[in-house]
Design a protein around this ligand. Structure first.
Ligand code: NDP
Length: 289
């Protein structure tokens, strides 16, 4: 009978716990360790092996999956047992900046381990569902060799050898998502404080998402050409953005976000007027106007 695959998971926040469940569902033996021991006990109750120390957890498997708050925590957790990393494969699925990730990769390799970085796209409760996936970066051969232990977590998306790349994509996705959430809250606040019902607004908000797929494609083409700096377009967007600020302000909504958004078209118009060539909001955001 083939030996049961085995993995170690360090870090048992909501995400680490969801990972343990995913491994157990895939009949993979999981050893766990967590700074706060009670969380390990909870995982032991559902079938994980609870290591008494981080050293024992590292020794228990070749592949060590980290699900920690940030990279700093990796040094705190693995620092005292760094000598035990020789021959291990550290898969750090914690979020942080690309630069912290690259430094973390170097640190693991300096201690004789192999390293892969990942960025988890999905909430813990979505991990087992069809929409979740994980960006990976690092050496292709390490990724390929351990695909069997990466796939049970969520669909793997390999991006390239640069260790920081998974976090470049992860952070870019957050850059997309965070303003979307705040923009939605702003829209709901305008509806609500104007005396209408958010539930009534919801289908229109949802319908707007249908147009975004094509918009992204069109904007990607535009970005490749430096963005849209046409003065007529900029003036139209400027006027629209100012109306959003006025509408929100009139009903008492916090318009700091709306004002920040609105400022970009004003800045693009001013920069274009000053330089005598069209300047797009993409150039402003890109820092190359
Ligand atoms: P949490 O911050 O809730 O938990 C992270 C784990 O890190 C806990 O086990 C915690 O231990 C441990 N930890 C933090 N600091 C230290 C330290 N200094 N020393 C030792 N252990 C430490 O995070 P999540 O589980 O929610 O997420 C884990 C990672 O996954 C994060 O990087 C997050 O950005 C990413 N992620 C999370 C998503 C989510 O929706 N939750 C979605 C996508 C990505 P203790 O229990 O002792 O506090």
């Amino acid at each position: 009978m083939p030996e049961r695959a085995t993995v170690t998971v360090l870090g048992l926040g909501p995400m680490g716990q969801a990972m343990v469940r995913a491994y157990l569902d895939a009949d993979i033996a999981v050893t766990v360790w967590n700074r706060t021991a009670e969380k390990s006990d909870r995982m032991a109750e559902i079938g994980a092996r609870r290591a008494d120390s981080v050293g024992a957890a590292v020794a228990a498997a070749e592949v060590i999956v980290l699900s920690l708050t940030h990279y700093e925590a990796m040094y705190e957790v693995l620092g005292p047992v760094a000598d035990g990393l020789t021959g291990k494969v550290v898969v750090n699925l914690s979020s942080d900046s690309p630069e912290q990730t690259r430094r973390g990769a170097e640190w693991v390799r300096a201690h004789g381990g192999e390293f892969l970085a990942g960025g988890v796209m999905g909430q813990p409760e979505e991990l087992a569902g069809p929409d979740a996936y994980i960006f990976y970066s690092g050496p292709r051969e390490v990724f390929d060799a351990h695909l069997g232990l990466l796939s049970p977590l969520a669909a793997p998306e390999y991006l390239g050898a640069d260790d920081g790349l998974a976090q470049v994509y992860y952070q870019a996705m957050l850059a997309l998502f965070l303003p979307l959430l705040l923009g939605y809250e702003q829209a709901m606040a305008i509806i609500d404080r104007s005396g209408s019902e958010i539930d009534r607004f919801l289908p229109y908000a949802q319908r707007s998402l249908g147009t975004v797929t094509d918009l992204y494609a069109a904007w990607a083409g535009m970005a490749a050409a430096g963005g849209l700096g046409d003065p007529g377009y900029l003036r139209m967007m400027d006027a629209g953005a100012r109306h959003v600020v006025a509408t929100g302000a009139a009903v008492g909504v916090d318009v700091e976000l709306a004002e920040a958004v609105s400022s970009y078209w004003r800045r693009a118009i001013a920069a274009g007027a000053e330089s005598g060539v069209p300047v797009s909001t993409f150039q402003l955001v890109r820092g190359t106007a």
